[in-house]
Design a binder for this molecule. Structure first.
Ligand code: FEO
Length: 397
């Protein structure tokens, strides 16, 4: 459990959580890390802490550099418990001279912990604190993804400590972007953005505009989850700009659940029609795909087509789960339609179409509902629905 040098006198001292598999509904199949950074200067400063249960790992890594009691300042960029769950133990160990938090962070911190005798100093965007040979500038990043988030920027080291932004859930022994597989890294980043930040795209667009005005010189981005961007920070910045500006691929997503395979047959026919138009399609059965993986695919898809049979005048429960989750993430500028098999009442297509409309999805077809098992004519109609979706995707490019 050694610290890892990020830059001269700056160390990663966080913790690796190999076992976590669920992050409030987001499937973290490959674990995560909780990153903390230690800056050794006249004022020794720790940026962020770790989840409950990992304080020992953090403090052990700090010991590899310096006695934790010699830490002067603690900066808390965000109060969610994956970064503050260990704070009582950490504050007790280091007894900081000052704890820096954003104004909103102060409120969050008070609502979580007994802070009355803590030496808290509130900071806002533009405030600077000297550490000795270097300084820290704070940039509030409200709603990315809590009201309290902020960045800490160290200009002398061209280092941006970015809290949750630009991070990803992936437990690795490697600490830097150039040490891991590049395509897997970007896939984890896309999943993280889709599941944590997609709904805050308007805030991100404003942040990028503000960062452009600040003209920060950045050569390293150190997020609070995953590897550190030391070789190519521009790559994750460019990806975020693309995602928050909703540059979609010519791609459609067909998401369905099925009871006795009739809706599955319809889903495959819809997908075939989309493919015939030369549009990329992904068929995702909710019985075997986790909601957070579906949302990742939704990130760059132009079309969302939903299928469910009718169950008890409603839809299948896994589709209900997916819709609850996806609606909250506010995917925008999509087109879509719905389909499904039914036995006697057949409300599912209407419910799915209504859910798409609630998500402000542009409906390109009234949808197809078919009683019991689809015959050739029904499957032909589903294929034609797919053709219509594919044409709409191409027309919107
Ligand atoms: Fe990684 Fe919002 O906490």
């Amino acid at each position: 459990m050694k610290p890892v040098e990020v830059k001269q006198d700056i160390y990663w001292v966080g913790a690796i959580d190999w076992d976590i598999r669920d992050f409030h509904g987001y499937s973290t199949k490959k674990g995560t890390t909780y990153n903390s950074y230690l800056v050794v200067d006249d004022k020794v400063t720790l940026f962020d802490t770790v989840k409950h249960g990992f304080a020992g790992e953090l403090l052990h890594r700090v010991h590899g550099v310096i006695d934790p009691a010699k830490i002067d300042y603690l900066v808390l960029n965000h109060m969610e418990m994956d970064h503050t769950g260990s704070i009582l133990e950490v504050v007790e160990a280091i007894k900081p001279e000052k704890i820096f938090v954003s104004t909103m962070g102060f409120k969050s911190l008070q609502a979580h912990f007994p802070t009355d005798d803590w030496p808290i100093q509130k900071v806002k965007s533009g405030d600077q604190v000297s550490l000795g040979s270097r300084s820290v500038s704070f940039v509030e990043t409200r709603m990315l993804h809590w009201p309290d988030n902020m960045f800490s920027y160290i200009p002398e080291d061209k280092l941006l400590i970015s809290s949750d932004a630009f991070g990803h859930h992936w437990a690795t022994s490697e600490r830097f972007d150039d040490e891991v597989d590049a395509s897997e890294l970007m896939s984890h980043c896309a999943k993280y953005y889709a599941n944590i930040l997609m709904l805050y795209a308007p805030h991100l667009r404003k942040l990028f505009a503000a960062l452009g005005e600040m003209n920060l010189d950045i050569d390293t981005i150190a997020p609070d989850h995953g590897v550190i961007w030391r070789s190519d920070p521009g790559k994750i910045l460019a990806a975020y700009e693309r995602w928050c500006n909703q540059h979609f691929s010519q791609k459609a997503l067909v998401v369905y659940d099925t009871m006795w395979h009739s809706t599955e047959m319809m889903a495959k026919a819809v997908a075939n029609g989309i493919m015939e138009q030369g549009v990329s399609v992904k068929l995702m059965n909710l019985a075997v795909n986790h909601r957070s993986d579906v949302v990742q695919e939704l990130l760059e898809a132009r079309a969302l087509v939903l299928g469910s049979p009718t169950l008890n005048n409603g839809i299948l429960p896994r589709m209900g789960d997916f819709l609850t989750y996806a609606k909250g993430l506010k995917p925008s500028n999509k087109i879509g339609a719905a389909f499904g098999s039914y036995g006697w009442s057949g409300e599912a297509v209407k419910i799915l179409t209504g859910a798409l409309q609630e998500m402000k999805v542009e409906i390109v077809d009234d949808g197809i509902r078919h009683q019991f098992v689809p015959d050739h004519d029904a499957l032909r109609a589903c294929r034609e629905l797919g053709v219509k979706v594919g044409q709409a995707v191409k027309a919107s490019a």
